[in-house]
Design a protein around this ligand. Structure first.
Ligand code: NAD
Ligand code: UDP
Length: 313
């Protein structure tokens, strides 16, 4: 059955892939975005689609729409972008989520919150399970995002308890793929763009910190499964449990791009988490989901995207 679905942050990296997936399944998609980190170019291929609608709107302001599902993704995700205007980041997470939950309540829509592994902070438990409460600095440079998303989770669960809004929460771990911005600032796009341009790869710290990288198609599949799973609120981790050090990622990127860029070290940002890997047992059990795309395959797709995006052959 065709549904009318709202995707906030739909012109961003994950949002554009999600809009495409929902359109391919026959749904009507309304994409709301204020283009803070999203790009019209990302959604340009969708503009002619008869079931796609794009609206410039800041979720900090309320909006009236009639929809049956809401994927709430609006929020800058890269540390560089969310720290550029931290007060706006907090407003987006708190007031934006409040407004979109209010909308869900009014129209009776199922609501999916794009939360983050960052709510675990610099985790003392490894790998991270959903019942781990986290180790987050409330006053540091990452707090606008970490704490903002923690309040967003709180709001979602309070709307569920107090107003019976049908919410679910995805805790998304590091995700990568085509349509990331060249200046996104996250590690995968930085390393690939640096390698393709022959510039030094910037490893922050000694490169021994770890992350677990999920290809965007796998992630989007997890989001859709979560939305379609009735009577399940989560929170549920969505990410790829294969864990790599940042130094390993740099070496892999150099090998796969055939680049002879040198590696340089830069200071480790404050509160940079040491290790991160999702425990995805719950997603397997409740959503029948696990990621399928290995890092090498996903990197190949992403490198091909950036080669054409930055005008290389
Ligand atoms: P992104 O920055 O590419 O996309 C975010 C989108 O939201 C952009 O199009 C931006 O313009 C829009 N936006 C920001 N503030 C807004 C506002 N106030 N009103 C309307 N639109 C606004 O980021 P992404 O990687 O696509 O992330 C999408 C969501 O997933 C975010 O909520 C992020 O926190 C979450 N997430 C992403 C990752 C990841 O690795 N990509 C990891 C964890 C969580
Ligand atoms: N990082 C790096 N070089 C870069 C960008 C990031 O070494 O050019 C490191 C960063 O310090 C962190 C990891 O890569 O340890 C992942 O950073 P990213 O910003 O992609 O995401 P995070 O998981 O920190 O939100």
């Amino acid at each position: 059955m065709t549904k009318r679905i709202l995707v906030t942050g739909g012109a961003g990296f994950i949002g554009t892939h999600l809009c495409q997936r929902l359109l391919s399944e026959g749904h009507e998609v309304i994409c709301l975005d204020n283009f803070y980190t999203g790009r019209r170019a990302n959604v340009r291929p969708l503009l002619e689609h008869p079931r796609f609608e794009l609206a410039r709107h800041d979720v900090i302001e309320p909006i009236r729409l009639e929809v049956t599902q809401i994927y709430h993704l609006a929020c800058p995700a890269s540390p560089v972008h969310y720290q550029a205007n931290p007060i706006q980041t907090v407003k987006t997470s708190v007031l934006g989520t409040l407004n979109m939950l209010g909308l869900a309540k009014r129209v009776g829509a199922r609501f999916l919150l794009a939360s983050t592994s960052e709510i675990y902070g610099d985790p003392l438990a490894h790998p991270q399970r959903e019942d781990y409460w986290g180790n987050v600095n409330p006053i540091g440079p990452r707090s606008c995002y970490d704490e903002g998303k923690r309040v967003a989770e709180t709001l979602a669960m309070d709307y569920r308890r107090q107003h019976r809004v049908d919410v679910c929460i995805a805790r998304i771990f590091n995700t990568y793929g085509p349509n990331m911005l060249e200046n996104d600032g996250r590690v995968v796009s930085n390393f690939i763009c640096q390698a393709l341009r022959g510039e030094p790869l910037t490893i922050y710290g000694d490169g021994s910190q770890t992350r677990s990288f999920c290809y965007v198609d796998d992630l989007v599949d997890g989001l859709v499964r979560l939305m379609e799973t009735q009577d399940f609120a989560g929170p549920v981790n969505l990410g790829n449990p294969s864990e790599f050090t940042v130094a390993e990622l740099a070496r892999k990127t150099l090998a796969m791009t055939g680049s002879d860029s040198p590696i340089v070290h830069r200071p480790l940002p404050e509160n940079d988490p040491r290790r991160r890997r999702p425990d995805i047992a719950l997603a397997g059990e409740r959503l029948g989901w696990s990621p399928k795309v290995p890092l090498e395959v996903g990197l190949e797709q992403t490198i091909a995207y950036f080669r054409s995006a930055i005008g290389q052959t």
